[in-house]
Design a protein around this ligand. Structure first.
Ligand SMILES: Nc1ncnc2c1ncn2[C@@H]1O[C@H](COP(=O)(O)OP(=O)(O)OP(=O)(O)O)[C@@H](O)[C@H]1O
Ligand SMILES: [Mg+2]
Length: 314
């Protein structure tokens, strides 16, 4: 497969961001005035939080943007140590540039523990002379007040169906691929406006068929979805159980995966993410138990919830 379309079609400028007009307007004002506050970006997945921040950095710094924009991927380490070591280090070692500040972008800020968030808040204050933090989250109620009050909150909303359609049509024309009308309709309704999900499914399908049909999209969606499964697994370690349960329902109900299919994929993903082997083996054992229960024909959902709650507890 060639380049990922999500990257290929990721806009470089604020003007080309889909839908987020109010946010874009504010970001442009910050750029023009040369003063940027700390930001808290709030909104669902795949609607442009990372993309808008990158576009802002590209516009502020021009060719040198990469040297002034740091996306911190603290992935598994979401405790106070990660904040003290990695984030603080990044903020401290930031040298002054011609713009006087660098941007540090932190994804999924709500997955930091309260204690870690408290440490982050102190860093926000201490290094605000030369660093602007852009925190991104799906749900701002999980962010502690002292951080919220130090950031300007910007809300991102899913694009309308019309905007999703234009996005899809642009890719179809540009890639010169054939897509049935029914398949286009399917894509528009798929993924609740998450452009990353929509684009990935389209590319996956296009890489192996000459003409994309709805049936094919449905088939590929069942075969993959590994991004979602990975997310479900990661989230079950660190997010609120209610969020995890919501995601589980989405996969079982909206996407029509069976309990068995979901379990197989969770099992695959379990071996791809870094973790202590003892913990991994504990989870594998639990998975075998759940597999047996699902085979016995009792309620899939209950057993999967039980598995995810178990993961959360260890
Ligand atoms: N508003 C948008 N305008 C243009 N492209 C977008 C927009 N939203 C998403 N995309 C496309 O989808 C991809 C993913 O978007 P992005 O990384 O900005 O999502 P996000 O909101 O940061 O999601 P997450 O919460 O999962 O990190 C981008 O690479 C881009 O191709
Ligand atoms: Mg993002």
């Amino acid at each position: 497969m060639d380049e990922l379309w999500t990257e290929k079609y990721r806009p470089d400028s604020l003007d080309d961001i889909v839908n987020q007009y109010q946010v874009v307007e504010k970001l442009k004002k910050y750029k023009e005035s040369g003063s940027l506050p700390h930001l808290l970006l709030v909104g669902p997945s795949g609607v442009g939080k990372t993309t808008s921040t990158m576009a802002l950095a590209k516009e502020i710094y021009g060719k040198n943007w990469k040297g002034n924009f740091l996306e911190l991927n603290v992935s598994y380490r979401r405790g106070i140590k990660a904040v003290r070591e990695e984030i603080k280090n990044a903020a401290m070692t930031t040298s002054l540039t011609e713009k006087n500040f660098k941007i540090i972008f932190i994804d999924e800020a709500e997955t930091f523990s309260d204690e870690a968030q408290a440490a982050l808040r102190r860093i926000l204050e201490k290094y605000s002379d030369n660093v602007r933090f852009v925190l991104s989250c799906n749900n701002s109620s999980k962010i502690i007040d002292p951080i919220r009050s130090r950031c300007v909150q910007l809300h991102f909303r899913p694009p309308s169906k019309g905007e999703v359609k234009s996005w899809i049509m642009r890719i179809i024309e540009n890639e010169n691929i054939e897509v049935e009308d029914e398949a286009i309709k399917f894509l528009i309704n798929y993924g609740r406006g998450n452009l990353r999900k929509i684009t990935n499914l389209l590319q996956l399908c296009a890489s192996s068929s000459d003409k994309i049909t709805e049936e094919e999209l449905i088939r590929y969606n069942r075969l993959t979805g590994s991004d979602d499964i990975k997310k479900l697994l990661k989230d079950s370690f660190r997010k609120d159980f209610l969020d995890v349960r919501e995601k589980l329902y989405e996969l079982l109900i909206d996407e029509g995966l069976s309990g068995k299919e979901l379990l197989i994929r969770l099992h695959e993903e379990l071996f791809k993410i870094p973790m202590d082997d003892k913990i991994r083996m504990k989870i594998v054992k639990k998975m075998a138990e759940v597999d047996y229960n699902i085979l016995e024909g009792s309620n899939d959902e209950i057993h999967l919830k039980n598995l995810l709650a178990y993961i959360k507890s260890i």
